[in-house]
Ligand binder design. Structure first.
Ligand code: MRU
Length: 341
């Protein structure tokens, strides 16, 4: 592992899947062992493991467990239903299905390959994204897109990690990411753990921070990128991109090819997960209201940033400035040809 890169949240060990339990961070660093595909599906649904690439990798290992239980097809179906927005889940299940075998050993080799390729992709994107950052600027990131959200190193946080290592950044700001606090709990813990100083801001502080000057980029990941470049990512990304656009700050989206979904022409076809109202209507573990008091909540956990607000999309297949349908098609076609050559 390179400097500033010690955290790993997903590990195959003792013939099972060990996950760092992200519900408990940062107060407790505890692990959860999954020994069945249903354990993995429940861990994905319950946010023990979260982040688009990490969900896909966990599901790939879940297929190994399903095959061991003698019910690969049924296990795959249950894994596919665990969360709706991140396309990496379906991408990984398609890769596992393409192995065309129920042999747990062969499936494990493929899951390990998916895991290792994700880390390599993140390192490549980290280098490409960091090169775009003018030295001496601050960056704002949102949600957690780091080693906790991927096989390791991270997407947007991989760029931050790399840029910090190269001495390019004056400051790293992490939006708290209400309501689940992926920024305040996870990004802060991960960066501190890896020796990168971080300042947490309330999500609502970001526009004022950008207006004050010194911020070069908003750097975020993605859960799904449509064929026209529209980006589904953690709720709050759209507001950040709007503010950045208005204030002359760059918007960088960092996502591997496993997050690109050429099947959906634009964001209208991307399912947006809505989670339980109690994520918003509780405080310090206690419900704020009881049933019948007339208080409900709307809790979509992703939003859509239209492609027009994205200055640069950094992928493991190349960097696309001002992504749109034509540029994304070209990227995929060019790299497909390279792979065939
Ligand atoms: O609900 P989560 O925590 O799974 O959401 C994660 C995000 O939105 C990340 O920004 C995204 O997965 C891209 S980076 C790995």
């Amino acid at each position: 592992m390179t400097d500033h890169d010690a955290v790993r949240a997903i590990e195959w060990r003792n013939n099972g899947l060990r996950l760092l339990d992200q519900r408990r961070l940062p107060q407790q660093v505890v692990y959860l062992d999954c020994n069945t595909a249903d354990d993995v599906a429940a861990a994905i649904r319950g946010m023990v493991v979260r982040g688009a690439p990490a969900i896909g990798i966990a599901a790939a290992y879940g297929c190994v467990l399903a095959a061991r239980e003698g019910e690969l097809a049924a296990g795959m179906e249950r894994l596919a239903e665990a969360r709706p927005t991140a396309v990496n889940l379906h991408w990984a299940l398609r890769r596992m299905a393409a192995v065309d075998s129920v042999d747990p050993g062969r499936l494990l080799a493929e899951a390990r390959a998916i895991h290792a390729a994700d880390i390599a992709a993140n390192q490549a994107m980290g280098a490409a994204g960091a090169a775009l950052i003018e030295p001496g600027r601050a960056v704002i990131t949102h949600c957690n897109t780091g080693s906790l959200a991927t096989g390791g190193f991270g997407t947007a946080l991989g760029v931050v990690r790399q840029a910090w290592g190269e001495g390019r950044l004056s400051e790293v700001y992490a939006g708290e990411t209400r309501p689940w606090l992926q920024g305040a709990r996870l990004t802060s813990w991960e960066l501190a753990n890896d020796g990168i100083p971080v300042r947490v801001i309330a999500d609502s502080a970001a526009p004022s921070l950008m207006r004050a000057g010194g911020v070069g980029w908003v750097i975020v990941g993605a859960d799904r990128v449509a064929a026209n470049g529209d980006v589904a990512n953690k709720i709050g990304t759209y507001g950040l991109a709007l503010a950045a656009h208005a204030l002359g700050v760059g918007v960088m989206v960092v996502a591997p090819a496993s997050t690109l979904d050429p099947q959906v022409p634009d964001s209208d076809a991307i399912p947006i997960e809505t989670r339980a109202p109690d994520e918003l209507l509780s405080w310090q573990g206690e419900a704020l209201f009881s049933e019948g008091e007339g208080v409900d909540a709307w809790n979509p956990v992703f939003d859509i940033t239209p492609a027009g607000l994205v200055d640069v999309l950094v992928t493991d297949r190349g960097v696309v400035h001002h992504p749109d349908a034509v540029r994304l098609r070209e990227l995929m076609a060019q790299t497909a040809n390279q792979e065939l050559a």
